[in-house]
Design a protein around this ligand. Structure first.
Ligand code: SF4
Ligand code: SF4
Length: 468
């Protein structure tokens, strides 16, 4: 058993040694209630991640994020560049949501939902345990000189890792270009899809390196969310905490001890041994902690063995532990949660009310009115129509005031699915029916005889005698 380390103040992150070199972490395989639960949650999330690109609605992907062609399909609904405001609102909502959520609930996201943690801990690490064995066996294997057994294990493990990375890369690509296009790239003559194949190889290699070599450094050094924890968390945030009131002073269990003089922490280092970021949670909340709950399970197993009460390490805030109070849903938490609900509701309403066909009508810049034969006045308008559906649409224009005659001057009003078109409209009116030099006019937009929108614009005319 290791010696107790008391009051050592760290001047470096957990994955560096005193020389500043990378310290490879060999976490012990966790086991316990939380690990089981996380496994179930991760399989469920992986099923969604890998399954989603294959789901289709009316022959179209259920989700697609084609940033190259700026085509987005979310839950079967097509989004185009003109929905950019929704992306901005979504980004703002997500950032505020993340900040407020973290202030209250800490890094729950990192431990339970983040794809990096799920893939590393629930896929790659599990395979590693199966092939290389638990932490001690892995350390031994790393020290061993290359022999046939080690070579076989390494080749087998890394081949498997690359294959999974390849699957992940294909899945991510499927979200961007769609499964049909992806299947084409994989099955067609490689010569026809050089750029696609380069992308798949590059993505696969990147994932392979992340999960084989870079690992926890992504969370500790690269992830902006992880770096923000220092400013987001406070003493009321619920994080993975060691109950120092109960645990200290820590001390080994002594044989024949009739009455324990130390705290409940038996200084077994099990919580440190299972930690995938190599920290000792007993030193308090640290930036490396991804809230994976492995130390809770490890400590609970020990507590059970020695017959002490469980949850020496648990989800709790610093204040909760320091003041020995049970969890309380405070007014601050209620307030933040209300803001979170409000944000989600606002975004949902905007999403529901989003139009499938967008029409912008503007008087052609630089053109005033025109005198037409037959004592008529005409105005020309530029129209931009965005068809965000998967069906071809035929658009008609109609003025609610029958004295205005609306006609298409140039362009076609047939818009292909997920496409846009620019057309010109000419609106005419009898001179003798004109009352003002600038009139408001409502134009109804119809598709298949059904009114889908109404746009208000102005109609310019010569200065009216009555106005003079
Ligand atoms: S301290 Fe505990 S919860 Fe945090 S990363 Fe380590 S094992 Fe996971
Ligand atoms: S696992 Fe529990 S008892 Fe063991 S060192 Fe960690 S906190 Fe102490």
């Amino acid at each position: 058993m290791k010696e107790q380390t008391t009051d050592i103040y760290r001047d470096r992150i957990s994955i560096l040694n005193e020389k500043g070199k990378r310290k490879w972490i060999y976490p012990k395989k966790p086991s316990g209630k939380f690990y089981k639960l996380r496994t179930i949650v991760s399989w469920f999330l992986l099923l969604i991640l890998f399954g989603m690109p294959w789901i289709k609605t009316d022959g179209h992907p259920f989700v697609l994020f084609n940033i190259i062609e700026r085509n987005f399909i979310i839950f079967g609904k097509a989004f185009g560049p003109q929905d950019f405001y929704l992306i901005v609102i979504f980004a703002i909502t997500s950032i505020v949501f993340l900040i407020l959520f973290t202030i209250i609930y800490g890094r729950i996201f990192c431990g339970w939902i983040c794809p990096q943690t799920i893939f590393l801990e629930m896929v790659f690490r599990k395979i590693e345990y199966l092939i290389d064995g638990d932490a001690n066996r892995q350390k031994q294997l790393a020290k061993e000189k290359l022999n046939s057994k080690k070579l076989f294990k390494r080749v087998f493990k890394y081949s498997l890792f690359f294959f999974i990375s390849f699957l992940i890369a294909n899945t991510f690509l499927a979200y961007i270009i769609g499964v049909d296009e992806l299947i084409k790239i994989i099955t067609d003559n490689p010569k026809n899809h050089i750029s696609g194949l380069i992308a798949i190889t590059a993505f696969s290699t990147a994932f392979f390196l992340v999960f084989t070599l870079i690992r926890e450094q992504v969370c500790i050094l690269a992830c902006p969310y992880g770096r923000l924890q220092g400013v987001l968390l406070d003493k009321n945030s619920i994080v993975i905490s060691y109950d120092f009131k109960r645990g200290e002073p820590r001390g080994h269990l002594k044989r024949g001890e009739s009455e324990r003089t130390s705290g409940d922490c038996v200084d077994c280092f099990q919580c440190v041994d299972v930690c995938p970021t190599g920290i000792d949670i007993r030193n308090g909340t640290q930036l490396e902690c991804v809230n994976c709950t492995a130390c809770i399970d490890a400590c609970n197993n020990i507590m059970e063995k020695v017959g002490f009460e469980k949850n020496l390490i648990k989800y709790a805030s610093y204040n909760q532990i320091n003041e020995k109070k049970p969890f309380r849903f405070t007014a601050r938490m209620a307030g933040y949660s209300a803001v979170l609900i409000l944000l989600i509701t606002t975004f949902s309403i905007l999403l529901i009310n989003r139009k499938d066909i967008n029409v912008n009508i503007l008087r052609t810049p630089g053109m005033f009115f025109q005198e037409m034969p037959g004592d008529k006045i005409a105005n020309i308008y530029d129209v931009k129509i965005y068809n965000k559906t998967f069906d071809e649409k035929n658009i008609q224009f109609l003025s609610s005031d029958e004295s205005y005659i609306v006609n298409i001057l140039s362009g076609e009003s047939n818009i292909l699915p997920m496409n846009h078109k620019d057309i010109k409209l000419i609106i005419t009116k009898d001179k003798n029916k004109i009352n003002s030099s600038s009139d408001k006019l409502n134009i109804s937009i119809l598709s298949g005889g059904e009114k889908i929108d109404e746009v208000t614009t102005t109609f310019m005319a010569p200065v009216n005698k009555k106005e003079k």
